[in-house]
Design a protein around this ligand. Structure first.
Ligand code: MG
Length: 393
């Protein structure tokens, strides 16, 4: 049942992530084949109880941002400030006209936030007005002085690690941020600390140990390995396609326009290479074939550019939480000669699929003048795809 409150989310992504080492701001780096910020944002963009997602980004990162979160639902980004606190304040002001009842404030560097944590955050804010996700501390924590000597050992049972999303009644946290800015305070490292300063009681709710913040290069290495282990269900598929020659002056082969003395007789553009690849991917997913997804009887596919079909198959893999490990296609024809076009075709397939070119192979053979390909009546292509899916299906 939809909740009565209207909930918005702020995604704080304006930091430079310097502790995570070289390679640019950490939120735009890839982890398990997706950028960190895409992972963090999709949980909010796809949550049924969140009506608006307000990113806050560094204006220098606009191009990185747009590319990283393509396809997700969000408001035009607000420009970040000099501190995390200033960035959150900018996000709150950008949301003010939308009048949310509740706002969740989340760090883009926590990509493993789940729908369940978000639901708990909304519940907790509705109940208490201000709440943070917290997890138990398992190590004993020492408080030290300036020289590193222990000056206190806080009682472990009362310590919690605070995470995000932190959740607040919108008008209350906006007011607290405005007061802090007016008072010249800019040093709060989380919104709960600012809320405490403003005199609010901040409750806790159950966090999630997996909802960790990526900070160091080691965090990236460890999480990459963990995600790879999750995607251990390896599937392969094969595809085969043929198109006959007809009149024309060019062929579409592996997404590349190739001048030729013939054209293809085909309902779509007749790109046998891409059609074989689509069937290989659908085969690996056990998800029908190109004809069942794009019936030749459907007029909307007449003359269609086949890169659409390939992109569609790639999206089917992503929708299952999977990744393509490699694609391979073999073109069978006497002419045109594929060898000189091989790397152009690989680059085009890599572009359509978003794969690194090292994961795309294009091969070619003739049929020694035998059969229909030998007589140059048409072209055949075979393909294979290997994909990695999450365990559990
Ligand atoms: Mg075909």
């Amino acid at each position: 049942m939809p909740r009565p409150e209207r909930t918005a989310a702020i995604l704080v992504a304006a930091g430079r992530g310097l502790r995570a080492g070289a390679g640019g701001p950490k939120q735009y780096r890839e982890l398990g084949g997706q950028t960190v910020i895409f992972r963090a944002m999709q949980a909010f963009s796809r949550h049924p109880d969140i009506f608006a997602v307000q990113p806050v980004v560094n204006p220098d990162d606009a191009a990185l941002f747009n590319e990283a979160v393509a396809g997700l639902r969000y408001k035009p980004p607000a420009n970040g400030g000099a501190t995390r606190q200033a960035s959150v304040h900018a996000g709150l002001e950008a949301l003010a006209a939308d009048k949310p009842d509740i706002v969740l404030i989340h760090d883009a560097a926590r990509p493993f936030v789940t729908s369940a944590v978000i639901s708990r955050a909304i519940d907790a804010a509705g109940r208490t007005g201000a709440a943070v996700p917290a997890i138990q501390v398992t190590d004993t924590i020492k408080q030290v002085d300036d020289t590193g000597n222990v000056e206190a050992t806080p009682e472990r049972a009362r310590l919690r690690i605070a995470q995000t999303p932190q959740a607040f009644r919108f008008d209350v946290i906006l007011d607290a941020h405005r007061r802090a800015a007016r008072d010249g305070r800019s040093d709060f490292t989380d919104d709960a600390a600012l809320a405490e300063w403003a005199g609010l009681t901040v409750a806790t709710f159950e966090g999630d140990p997996a909802n960790m913040k990526l900070t160091t290069p080691e965090d990236f290495i460890r999480e990459e390995a963990r995600l790879a282990a999750q995607l251990g269900d390896i599937r392969t598929g094969t595809g085969y396609d043929v198109h006959a020659f007809g009149d024309g002056d060019h062929l579409m082969l592996c997404g590349v326009r190739v001048p030729h003395v013939r054209g293809f007789l085909a309902h779509s553009d007749g790109d046998v290479g891409l059609h074989a690849l689509v069937d290989a991917i659908l085969g690996a997913l056990a998800d029908g074939d190109i004809g069942s997804h794009f019936p030749p009887s459907d007029p909307q596919w007449k003359g269609a550019a086949s890169d659409k079909f390939l992109k569609y198959a790639v999206d089917r893999v992503a929708a299952r939480g999977g990744r393509i490990a490699n694609l391979e296609v073999t073109m069978i024809c006497e002419r045109p000669k594929i060898g000189p076009l091989r790397d152009v075709m690989r680059a085009r397939i890599a572009e359509i699929t978003g794969l690194n070119i090292s994961r795309v192979a294009v091969k070619a053979t003739t049929s020694e003048r035998l059969g229909f390909t030998g007589r140059e009546e048409g072209i055949a292509a075979t393909a294979s795809a290997t994909i990695r899916l999450p365990w559990g299906e």
